[in-house]
Ligand binder design. Structure first.
Ligand code: IPM
Ligand code: MN
Length: 347
């Protein structure tokens, strides 16, 4: 009997549900075209459920997710819930507990999408950020002392392990080899200030590269300089590897040069386990229910899941590209305004 691919569907908050509907239509069309079976199981974790029940995401849900082939997430964040509760309690909890140690974020300008950079086109903006996804300053380590007093002390600790940085670095070297574009990997960090944690990254990067990837050119950029080059010379990049927080920040800049947050997709990958796919934008409560949000990011995120059979790989890529351009033309997304809030579809 053919395998049925089990997808856990978490539409989440704000615009999450409306972009998820569009992404699932493309998954359905792909299943019909390629003849694979799948089923989705909805989960209502998010701000509304938290406000009603006080429950964020129980450990039992993590246990359930382990039985799925993939998780699809819309967006997390609710205006009536204090910052951090849902983000840490749902999104980061899933990433950490399922050990989704890679956050893969392609920065690709599609043809026909307006780019805010002067004289840059699709050939110039086509690189991938490999963001380490389980440690760094987002690990949750830290706390308060004397909170609320004049002597208040607060810390967030940048937790870096050789194991965590090295597995992200190895993934990125492999990707640079597989892309076979410039055969180049940039480490983006701040070795001149974070002389402990980024020294671990620096040594791992060079040792791994020298021992196992002599065919891949190693480049380094301080994060502040990298931001400048994203704007000035985005064509210099092929694959970038960086830590959790720097990856979070530079991929919003990356999203803007690829046409806006409505276009930028990501995969939280556990190459040996269950991965989660999501647009990188947030829940944009201001635009909820207006049918204005470009769902392309959500659609591309859904397409980042490995095709169910490896032999479908090439046809899948062709199909995803065709789906993107067809959908764009049909619904007027080919020329979205530079901001992410644009058009939507109900077909
Ligand atoms: C992202 C988001 C999240 C992150 C937040 C919502 C926790 O900004 O996926 O980029 O920082 O990772
Ligand atoms: Mn972010």
């Amino acid at each position: 009997m053919a395998k049925v691919h089990k997808i856990a569907e978490l539409p989440g908050d704000g615009i999450g549900p409306e972009v998820t509907v569009e992404a699932m239509k493309v998954v359905r069309a792909a299943a019909e075209t390629f003849g694979f079976d799948y089923e989705t199981t909805p989960f209502d974790f998010g701000g509304d459920r938290f406000l009603k029940t006080g429950e964020v995401l129980p450990d039992s849900a993590i246990g359930e997710f382990r039985d799925f082939d993939a998780i699809y997430l819309g967006a997390i964040g609710h205006p009536d819930v204090a910052p951090g509760i849902l983000e840490k309690g749902i999104l980061l909890k899933i990433r950490f507990d399922l050990d989704q140690y890679i956050n893969l974020r392609p920065i690709k300008l599609y043809p026909g999408v307006p780019c805010p950079l002067v004289d840059k086109g699709p050939a110039d903006i086509d690189f991938v950020v490999v963001r380490e996804n389980t440690e760094g300053i987002y690990s949750g380590a830290g706390g308060f002392q004397y909170k609320g007093t004049p002597h208040e002390v607060s810390t967030n600790i940048h937790v870096t392990t050789r194991h965590g940085s090295e597995r992200a670095i190895r993934y990125a070297f492999e990707l640079a080899r597989k892309r076979n574009k410039m055969k180049q990997l940039h480490l983006v960090a701040k070795t001149n200030v974070l002389t402990f944690v980024h020294d671990t990254w620096w040594r791992a990067f060079n040792e791994v590269g020298e021992a196992d990837y002599p065919d891949i050119e190693r480049q380094y950029a301080h994060v502040d300089a990298a931001c400048m080059w994203f704007v000035k010379n985005p064509e210099w990049f092929d694959v970038i590897v960086t830590d959790n927080q720097l990856g979070d920040i530079i991929t919003d800049l990356g999203a803007v040069i690829q046409g806006g947050l409505g276009v930028a997709a990501s995969g939280n990958l556990n190459p040996e386990g269950v991965s989660m796919f999501e647009p990188i934008h947030g829940s944009a409560p201001r635009y909820t229910g207006q049918g204005k949000i470009n769902p392309i990011a959500a659609i591309v995120a859904a397409g980042m899941r490995k095709p169910p059979r490896a032999s479908l790989n090439r046809r899948w890529r062709t199909y995803s590209a065709a789906a993107r351009s067809k959908t764009s033309a049909r619904d007027g997304w080919a020329t979205p305004p530079p901001k992410s809030a644009t058009c939507s579809s109900t077909k």
